[in-house]
Write a protein that binds this ligand. Sequence first.
Ligand code: SF4
Length: 133
Amino acid sequence: MKIDHSMMRQLIRANRGKGGFTYTHHNPFDADNAAIIAESNRDGFTINLSSNKVTEADALAALGIAPVVTILPTGSTKVTYTAEGRKVVRCPAETSEKVTCQTCRLCQKTDRPIIGFTPHGSGKKVTEKVANG
Ligand code: SF4
């Protein structure tokens, strides 16, 4: 499915100075999608590429256009590594009740490790968004 470039640019403009972020399952291997995803990340509206498993996360990260989030197996430790050696950090809200997206904001950063979500943590709603968004 193609991302609508003009709609995306409206979102990028509306986000100026607000530090927004989102997640996508749109195909980033499609050149048009990749171009607008990269543009959005350059312009401050962070689009995370969502993968449903760690084995997919390496391929998404290798594109170099966006930060990556992934679903982790239940019970994963706070830090794990992909098959290609990329660091995966569990969403801190899953392991601390004090952390929220507003205080954490890791998903807004483009220069950071892959973030992982486990299906049964306190971040279950975010996990569902990552899995289905
Ligand atoms: S709390 Fe988790 S979902 Fe929210 S910004 Fe941080 S890493 Fe992302």
